[in-house]
Design a protein around this ligand. Structure first.
Ligand SMILES: [Zn+2]
Length: 473
């Protein structure tokens, strides 16, 4: 969403309700007074959110630096590394993360529940049966505890040889940066009551085959959680790319275009009617881009229409495979001499993922994108269910939906089929004569992509849901 354009659109909507017209930038009065029509539905809530403004500057670079420094200090956090030492290896790192969550929980009167889902795993990169353990903190929602939004990073690290579990593997950026963002999100958001549940996950076994992502996704399914998103932060702290670009004001959000769980029949319908670029994960990426534009200073979301970087993966894939919406957040310009490399100097090039190359002001901004997104989703009503569309061979388009509990209204959005962001919208109040549908006169179904969001009484808006199977959350 383009904020200025949206703001203007909403102002026009408000003026229209008040009987005024906005023509060519000039206000034209249609009556004498700004009197609402008799028995009009409730007005659209104001959309500006003071909490999101606050969260947009709430992450601490110093806290993030302290966390990354502590994690790097464990020498290696390889999934197969020592688990008994208190100073080196994945076991010590796991216990330290757990102690951080416990300390944060203590500060908020026990608002976090800490769980450690685990599984004994063998696989191509895990030759001996090994217990892979995730460290997870749960902040239960005050109104809708079964609606869950996750934020994750991976605790494990690696060196040049994926099987070498003793050599130093600092993993400062990959992915102590992501874990630091997760812990900082817990520290900041635990001071606030949010309507839906936030789950903070420090995952293990990512480098050995997305093991920890799968463990947490299966845990979520077993709990019956209604997962609305996993924001997976992996490699989020470096602002100097190997391509020579120094960019500390953009971040990439990768999202799948069509669902990993799409059936052949769903794919056939989607190929004909569209939906290739409107999975729930993609609409979460759009939601993040719009929030960044509105609330964040010096951070732009570059949406990438791809599940992950070319030929590479991350823990969000484990969520997508179980049908849960998920995105990958990654720095805008990577430096491959820092990733998956033994710490060494070769031909004058310093290799290795050391803390010297983490930009903590940048990491704070990426963390703030997470904070704003998590709170915005948690306080909004659930994304609408049962979004359907009709209007073939007529000049009008009708959107229908199941009104969401806690929604003061819904907003129908549409955009040009080649446009990246939602552009036009109309609000339908929950006490309108037809609160579950809207017919857009002379808007032809063939020519646009449509969606519906849910809006709370205090103006929090959910991500937009594209109609039918391709877009359903
Ligand atoms: Zn990684």
């Amino acid at each position: 969403m383009d904020a200025p354009r949206n703001a203007r659109g909403r102002r026009e909507d408000a003026l229209r309700r008040a009987g005024l017209k906005f023509l060519g930038g000039a206000l034209v009065g249609a009556g004498l007074a700004l009197m609402p029509a008799a028995q009009a539905a409730a007005p659209e809530p104001a959309t500006e959110q003071p909490l999101l403004r606050e969260l947009a500057t709430a992450a601490s670079a110093a806290e993030l630096r302290a966390t990354v420094g502590k994690l790097v200090g464990f020498g290696t956090r390889h999934t197969l590394s020592d688990t008994r030492s208190d100073t080196r290896g994945i076991g010590a790192a796991r216990r330290w993360v757990q102690s951080r969550f416990e300390a944060i929980s203590k500060d908020c009167g026990g608002c976090l529940e800490i769980v450690t889902p685990s599984k004994v795993v063998t696989g191509p990169r895990i030759p001996q049966p090994t217990e892979v353990v995730d460290i997870v903190a749960i902040q239960r929602g005050s109104a809708d505890p079964n609606r869950v939004i996750l934020v994750t990073g991976h605790l494990d690290s690696r060196a040049s040889d994926i099987m070498d579990f003793t050599i130093d593997a600092p993993g400062a950026n990959d992915d102590a940066s992501g874990v630091a963002a997760v812990i900082e999100a817990a520290r900041v958001l635990s001071r606030h009551k949010l309507r839906a549940t936030i789950v903070y996950g420090a995952l293990s076994g990512e480098e050995q085959g997305l093991v920890g992502g799968r463990i947490l996704a299966e845990f979520a399914r077993a709990q019956g959680w209604q997962v609305e998103a996993d924001l997976n932060n992996d490699i989020v702290g470096n602002s100097r790319g190997q391509d020579g670009v120094h960019d500390n004001s953009s971040v990439r959000v990768f999202s799948e275009g069509t669902k990993a769980t799409e059936t052949a029949a769903q794919a056939n319908r989607r190929r004909y009617n569209g939906g290739e670029v409107d999975s729930p994960s993609r609409n979460i990426a759009r939601f993040m881009a719009a929030l960044a534009e509105r609330y964040l200073t010096n951070l732009r979301v570059k949406m990438v229409y791809r599940t992950d970087r070319y030929g590479r993966g991350g823990d969000q894939v484990a969520f997508l495979e179980l049908g849960f919406p998920a995105v990958r957040v990654t720095e805008a310009h990577e430096d491959y001499t820092r990733q998956h490399q033994d710490v060494r100097v070769e031909n004058g090039v310093a290799y290795g993922d050391t803390i010297a190359f983490v930009d903590f002001d940048y990491l704070a901004r990426v963390t703030q994108l997470n904070l704003v997104t998590l709170a915005a989703m948690a306080n909004a009503p659930a994304p609408p269910k049962g979004v359907a569309i009709e209007g073939a061979v007529t000049p009008d388009t009708t959107l229908k939906w199941q009104p969401q509990p806690g929604a003061a209204g819904h907003r129908v959005w549409w955009r040009d089929s080649t446009e990246p962001q939602w552009r036009h919208s109309r609000y339908v109040a929950a006490d309108a004569p037809a609160p579950d549908r809207l017919t857009l006169k002379n808007v032809v179904i063939d020519d646009w992509f449509f969606g519906v969001s849910a809006v709370s009484a205090d103006g929090y808006e959910s991500p937009v849901v594209f109609p039918g199977d391709p877009g359903a959350f």
